[in-house]
Design a protein around this ligand. Structure first.
Ligand code: SAH
Length: 289
C-alpha cells in the first residue's frame, strides 16, 4: 500500500493506494491465463496486444519473469519499463464528483465525503479512471440522457474499467452489456462490477464492438478510437438505436462523425467539449426529443 505525504500549497496531503510503482515487462508471445498464478503476489495484470504481452508488477519481478521464460521458451523478453502509478494514470487518483456521480477509489472508502451516486472504481492499469475528459463528459452525457428519459438496456462499447457501464447501472438501467477487446479490461471491469454489487445488472464480455453494435439497446455509449467509430458507422451501427453517446473524438474527427450522422439524418441533441480538444455527442431519434 503506497502512502505518501505531500505538501500541497501549505496543506499536507496523505496519499494512499495499493499501487505505488509499476514494473512492466514486454514479452514477445502470449502469456496464458494459466501462467498467471505463477507470477507471484506483486503481479497486477497481463495486457496482451497482437502477439505481445505486457506484464505489470507492483515491484521488480526479474525472478518471476525469469522463471516464466524458462518454462515457456517460446516467450522472449523485449524490454522493461518502470513508472510510478501516478505517471501511468496521468495523475493521482482521488475521489471526484461529476454531475450525479462520485467516483471513488476503493482505498478511499472513508474519505470521499461528497454526496451522489457512488461508483467504486479500481482502474488497475487500464483506461477509464475518470481523469480523462472524455470519460467525464460521457458521465455528464449519461446523467443528462437519464434525466430526459429512463433507459433499460444499455450497451457500453469499449468499457475499459467499466466506469460508464457502472454509471448506467447506478442510473437505473435494468441490463447493461459492457464489451472490450482487451481481456485485461474485461477482468478489471468485472472486478469493479463486483465491487459495486452490480453483477445482476451488468454483463461484461471480451469481444469487438463491431460484433455488438447491432445488439438491441435503448442507449449505446461508445468512448472509443475514431477508427472504431468509423467502422461502427460504416456497418450501419447506431442507425436503429434510440439514443447514443459517442466520445473519444478530436476536433476533425468530431466534424467527420457529425457529417456522417447528418447524412444518416440523425440529429445531434447535445454536445460536450473539453477545451475544444475532446468532443462528446448525444444523439437521439427525433421522436424521442
Ligand atoms: N469506457 C471507458 C474506457 C474507454 S477507452 C471510459 O470511457 O473511460 C476505450 C476502450 O476501448 C479500451 O479499453 C480499449 O481496449 C477498447 N477497445 C478498443 N478497440 C475496441 C474494439 N474494436 N472493440 C471493443 N473494445 C475496443
Amino acid at each position: 500500500m503506497a502512502e505518501l505525504t505531500e505538501s500541497n500549497g501549505g496543506k499536507t496531503e496523505t496519499r494512499k493506494g495499493p499501487y505505488e510503482d509499476l514494473y512492466i515487462y514486454l514479452l514477445k508471445g502470449l502469456v496464458a491465463e494459466k501462467d498467471e498464478p505463477e507470477l507471484g503476489a506483486a503481479f497486477v495484470g497481463n495486457w496482451t496486444e497482437d502477439d505481445s504481452s505486457f506484464l505489470f508488477f507492483g515491484r521488480p519481478a526479474e525472478k518471476e519473469v525469469g522463471r516464466l521464460l524458462r518454462t515457456r521458451p517460446e516467450l522472449e523478453l523485449i524490454e522493461t519499463h518502470h513508472f510510478t502509478y501516478e505517471q501511468w494514470q496521468g495523475g493521482w487518483l482521488k475521489p471526484f464528483k461529476v454531475e450525479d456521480f462520485v467516483v471513488v477509489p476503493p482505498w478511499e472508502k472513508e474519505g470521499a465525503g461528497e454526496e451522489g451516486l457512488r461508483i467504486m472504481l479500481d482502474p488497475g492499469v487500464v483506461f477509464g479512471n475518470g481523469l480523462h475528459p472524455t470519460t467525464r463528459d460521457c458521465l455528464k452525457a449519461l446523467a443528462y440522457a437519464r434525466k430526459k428519459r429512463p433507459f433499460k438496456r444499455v450497451l457500453d462499447l469499449g468499457t475499459g474499467t467499466g466506469v460508464l457501464a457502472l454509471a448506467a447501472g447506478f442510473l437505473g438501467a435494468e441490463c447493461v452489456l459492457a464489451v472490450d477487446i482487451n481481456p485485461l479490461c474485461v477482468k478489471t471491469a468485472a472486478k469493479n462490477i463486483a465491487l459495486n454489487g452490480l453483477e445482476e445488472v451488468i454483463r461484461v464480455v471480451d469481444g469487438q464492438a463491431e460484433d455488438f453494435v447491432h445488439d438491441p439497446a435503448d442507449l449505446v455509449v461508445a468512448n472509443i478510437h475514431h477508427e472504431v467509430i468509423k467502422r461502427l458507422l460504416a456497418s450501419g451501427g447506431f442507425r436503429d438505436t434510440e439514443k447514443f453517446i459517442i466520445s473519444g473524438l478530436m476536433r476533425s474527427q468530431f466534424r467527420d462523425v457529425k457529417a456522417h450522422l447528418e447524412m444518416m439524418q440523425i440529429q445531434i441533441h447535445r454536445e460536450w467539449d473539453h477545451d475544444m480538444t475532446w468532443f462528446t455527442l448525444l444523439a437521439e431519434k427525433e421522436s424521442q426529443l
